[in-house]
Design a protein around this ligand. Structure first.
Ligand code: CP3
Length: 361
């Protein structure tokens, strides 16, 4: 119901994604709620584990709002993780102190792969409850982004059982048993589409697909094992809710060589990592999609004047958006836990100031 939530006070982010005119370049940060914020660390300590934070809508709401109270960000992103989906498929997600995510029961055998199913309705209800509570608490302040992992990126964790550098297990399966790999990817695509559609029903106003490991694939393998399944997801998404278009952002880290192809799968915007030149990317995708990105997160370790210089260079590289073009400023990947919040303030204020001035010239 459209009357369920307060009207938006700041729609700059959604307008830029839809390639409509904006007064300035909106921004948000991948991992904007996280360990670089002392208030996040305090809440996390109280909650115990990462998953107890994510599974409790009160905590999830609190940490989602924390970065917005510090910085003039133009969007909120649901506090959760991409690995909630394989967790709900029964793989047993856990986080060990100081380490990345792991699964108790990774997919090792053919029988395990063939038993994989789209999670039951209700097993991810805690995520949808968090979405609704966050949207209600935002009270129209900025739009709320929902998200999921790409089918391929989820498969990497599901087969490896944890993060990986070489992707030995998942690539072995991909080359030796593409039939099994495709069974996982098809199941993941169905699960991710249903998951994102439920987030949209619960109140997400834009959705992003994180393909963090698509860039580990060979040309050819990327199109067959990652892009194709993201296209399946995009095809299945509801694109309008309560009369509002729901923009979709697709981000393949390391996907710079394939931008034209990624721009063709029906998303509204592409996320870019910092290896990509924004002016060239804009020329390559034309007015098909908006672009989101792409400052190297390590720029935030430099001094304020240097941060201003790099942020200005990125804005100028994209240039002033003309009709049919759109730019959402972001980092090229998640913010590092070693970032100073003061550096983030410098970046946020520079993006707003400089991009306003660029539109006046
Ligand atoms: O962006 C946001 O603020 C929203 C929340 C969010 C998290 N994870 C919270 C989180 C989002 C969008 C993600 C996505 C995610 N999770 C991705 C895709 C984006 C990317 O970074 O490539 C991936 C690959 C994961 C899997 C994952 N979760 C990893 C590899 C890790 C460990 C690395 C790390 O930064 O600690 C996590 C844990 C995680 N997810 C944390 C947060 C805030 C840190 C957990 C903690 O508090 O200890």
């Amino acid at each position: 119901m459209s009357t369920r939530f307060a009207p938006l006070k700041n729609d700059t982010f959604l307008r830029a994604l839809l390639r409509q005119e904006t007064d300035y370049t909106p921004l948000w940060l991948m991992r904007q709620a996280g360990r670089y914020l002392p208030e996040y660390k305090a809440t996390r300590k109280g909650a115990g584990s990462f998953m107890s934070l994510a599974k409790n809508p009160d905590f999830a709401t609190e940490v989602t709002i924390q970065p917005l109270d510090r910085f003039a960000l133009d969007a909120a992103i649901l506090f959760s993780d991409i690995l909630t989906v394989p967790d709900a498929m029964g793989l047993g997600l856990y986080f060990e102190e100081g380490e990345g995510p792991k699964f108790e029961r990774p997919l090792k055998t053919e029988a395990e792969v063939l038993a994989l199913k789209v999670p039951e309705e209700g097993s991810l209800q805690y995520v949808f409850d968090a979405v609704t509570q966050i949207r209600t608490t935002l009270n129209g302040r900025v739009p709320l982004i929902g998200f999921a992992g790409s089918p391929w990126t989820l498969a990497c964790y599901m087969v490896e059982g944890q993060g990986s550098r070489e992707f030995h297990a998942v690539k072995t399966m991909m080359y030796k048993r593409p039939d099994l790999m495709e069974h996982i990817l098809r199941t993941n695509a169905d699960a991710v589409a249903a998951y994102l559609n439920s987030q949209i029903d619960a109140g997400a106003q834009a959705v992003m697909i994180f393909d963090s490991w698509g860039g580990a694939l060979a040309d050819g393998a990327y199109q067959r094992f990652s892009l194709r399944y993201m296209q399946d997801v995009v095809n299945k998404l509801q694109r309008e809710k309560d009369g509002q278009r729901i923009p979709v952002i697709v981000f393949t880290k390391g996907g710079g060589l394939w931008l034209e192809q990624i721009a063709d799968i029906g998303a509204d915007a592409l996320g870019l990592d910092w290896t990509v030149n924004l002016a060239q990317a804009r020329a390559r995708v034309g007015d098909k999609v908006a672009l989101q990105g792409n400052l190297d997160p390590a720029v935030l370790f430099a001094d304020p004047a240097q941060i201003r210089e790099q942020v200005t260079a990125a804005l100028q590289s994209y240039g002033t958006p003309s009709a049919g073009h759109g730019h959402v400023f972001n980092l090229g990947h998640g913010i590092s836990q070693f970032t100073s919040p003061d550096a983030v303030s410098v970046m946020v204020d520079t993006v707003h100031e400089v991009s306003r001035k660029m539109r006046q010239n």
